[in-house]
Design a binder for this molecule. Structure first.
Ligand code: F6R
Length: 613
């Protein structure tokens, strides 16, 4: 949830740390801070608010030094003020810590420390870590040992970096559990540490990622990894394939707008390398799947959070329709508490943009503990969900920075479609003509999306007329039902307007009571098998003076006459329609929020990677 950046090398650390923090603000942005070590002295600057406020502060009073750590926070313990911002210091001001995660036994540890006479300066759980390291250092005179002892005391999942004046030529980075990644970037006589690749990829692409219960002793010349017992472990340094430019806004006002428009390319990228154009066959080597294994699959259990879970719901229809394999979908925050029945032949499939979401990772662990095969569809390279799965499909869409997920919604829909075709083919259930048709349809998706995006001006005009609405209802059915959920989620996340996504058939069982001339009803009525039902839904809404904004296919005169507003999309094969119907809804949410002058890329109370439960 929080973002960590650290540097040790020959350059001035402050601008590197600040620049990295800006790239990580999507992870949390309620307070920020940094510490620089120079001449055996640590200087700290912290602010309530965003990294820009920290930048203003240090511009007036720069800190010079070639070792530094920084943090951008999403508050869990204590309000987001200067005092609670990281870095946190031990009592003697010799040791500072930046931390991501929650110390679950914080109260117990705090009591122990207070009993030993420690005075706390903040309300945070992180401060206990700084004090523990300090106390263990006093006992052992060995900083790495002190950090290891501290880690053993902590419950919960953590990523952290320790800097000190007692052993000033090193930084210690550690990871415990699934509190998000810790990437080490290797440069020439310099090292970078960050919670996520975009923070440091401008400086180096050579990286390694800490495993849980490992720590790294990082110096200017490199790093050494060890486990909690102090035994050496190996880490492989690899070149990360992302282009740093992909993490810049370019000509767009917001990352979200850029990422919405990027979908033509990101969808082409997710298909890339997976389709044999000669044979019209899908190839997903990351799943390690054979025909014999595919035939043994009796059920796929999809679990994920938020937008990723809605992708999974679309995937249910795709896999059941194309591969005829039963699919169950459950949000990951429920999965491990539901004691799910995972019989032989079940595969658990998780979907995650960040690959760090705590609930999703816990669901993977639950499935593992029951001996079930686990697959993942993940975007963030090197993330836990990608590494620990038995088989994985990479979304290949590049970094998603906007907190509201867009391109990481559409790409996994195509990945699930490919999975469905691949499974059907391996199981021998797909006639050649049908397979060719399915692949031809798939190849056209980027151009359908391009045509839907070309209507942005029209969507903005509708958003102008509705920007002051109090709330909205979103209705969909069948394969487009999850699109109603997703459209509503996008609107509420970034415009703070109440929005409900509903299966259209459920309207008459209650929600229709909400309909009046002030409540816009957004109806997804593309040319799919549920089209006629959606038309009658529009009629029922109009009969109650509701205002209808319909998503409809070019040339659909029936809906053109019935609805108050129509957001037009090109005709698209119905199995792939969610990738296109969602585009005007992403744009609509974006423009409503932009017209209200809201902070679209960093909406209140949210963070991009939800690494806490
Ligand atoms: C919505 C959104 C969230 C995420 C959810 C899962 O726009 O971004 O609902 O989809 O927190 O995150 P990942 O995909 O990283 O597991």
């Amino acid at each position: 949830m929080c973002g960590i950046v650290a540097y040790i090398g020959w350059q001035d650390a402050m601008p590197i740390v600040l620049d990295g923090l800006k790239k990580l603000e999507y992870r949390g942005y309620d307070s920020a801070g940094l510490a620089i070590l120079e001449d055996k002295k640590i200087e700290i600057r912290r602010v309530a608010g965003k990294v820009a406020a920290l930048e203003n502060l240090v511009c007036e009073n720069p800190l010079v030094g070639s070792i530094g750590i920084g943090h951008t926070r999403w508050a869990t313990h204590g309000v987001p003020n200067e005092q609670n911002a990281h870095p946190h210091m031990g009592v003697s001001d010799r040791i500072v810590v930046v931390h991501n995660g929650i110390v679950e036994n914080f109260l117990e540890l705090r009591e122990e420390l207070v009993a030993k006479g420690v005075e706390f300066k903040s309300e945070t759980d992180t401060e206990t870590i700084a004090h523990l390291v300090e106390i263990y250092y006093r006992e052992t005179n060995d900083l790495v040992l002190a950090v290891r002892k501290t880690l053993k005391k902590l419950k919960g999942a953590h990523g952290l970096v320790v800097m000190s004046t007692v052993e000033p030529e090193k930084l210690i980075a550690a990871r415990l559990g699934n509190a998000g990644g810790v990437a080490l970037g290797v440069g020439e006589n310099e090292m970078f540490i960050a919670s996520d690749i975009p923070a440091i990829v401008n400086h180096t692409r050579m990286m390694t990622f800490l495993e849980s219960a490992h720590l790294a002793v990082v110096t200017r010349d490199g790093f050494m990894l060890q486990d909690l017992e102090g035994d050496s472990v190996n880490g492989v340094v690899e070149e990360v394939p992302w282009d740093a430019v992909a993490a810049e806004k370019g000509k767009y006002r917001h990352f979200m707008q850029k990422e919405i428009h990027e979908q033509v390319r990101s969808l082409a990228d997710t298909l890339s390398g997976r389709i044999d154009y000669e044979s019209h066959r899908i190839w997903l080597p990351g799943l390690n799947l054979s025909a014999a294994k595919a035939k043994k699959i009796k059920k796929i259990f999809i679990t994920a959070c938020g937008t990723a879970a809605y992708t999974g719901m679309v995937g249910k229809t795709l896999i059941e329709q194309i591969a005829r394999v039963p699919v169950e979908v459950m949000v990951a925050s429920e999965f491990r508490y539901a004691d799910p029945i995972l019989e032989e032949g079940t595969v658990v499939l998780v979907i995650s943009q960040s690959g760090e979401t705590a609930d999703t990772l816990a669901a993977m662990e639950e499935a593992r503990s029951k001996g079930t095969e686990v697959w993942s569809i993940v975007n963030a390279i090197g993330s836990q969900a990608m590494r620990v799965a038995d088989g994985s499909i990479s979304m290949q869409v590049g970094p998603e920075i906007g907190v509201a997920s867009t391109k990481a919604f559409t790409a996994p829909v195509l990945d699930l479609y490919m999975l469905a075709v691949y499974l059907a083919d391996l199981r021998g259930g797909l006639e050649e003509a049908r397979r060719i048709e399915l692949i031809e349809d798939l190849l056209s998706v980027p151009s359908f999306v391009e045509r839907a995006l070309a209507r942005e001006d029209q969507v903005r005009e509708v958003a102008e007329r509705y920007k002051d609405m109090q709330g909205a209802l979103y209705l969909g059915r069948g394969i487009n039902m999850p699109i109603a959920y997703e459209g509503a989620l996008k609107l509420k996340e970034i415009s703070y307007k109440h929005a409900e996504g509903y299966p259209a058939g459920e309207m008459k069982h209650g929600p229709i009571a909400l309909v009046d001339e002030h409540m816009p009803v957004i109806v997804i009525a593309s040319q799919d098998p549920w089209y006629d039902k959606m038309v009658s839904q529009i009629e029922q809404t109009k009969a109650r003076n509701g205002k209808v904004i319909a998503i409809a296919t070019d040339g659909d005169e029936r809906i053109g006459e019935l609805a108050d507003e129509v957001l037009w999309i090109p005709a698209v094969p119905w199995l792939l329609s969610p990738v296109v119907t969602v585009i005007p809804l992403q744009l609509f949410a974006y423009h409503v929020a932009a017209l209200n002058g809201l902070d679209i890329d960093q909406p209140r109370n949210l963070a991009k990677s939800v690494t806490v439960e």
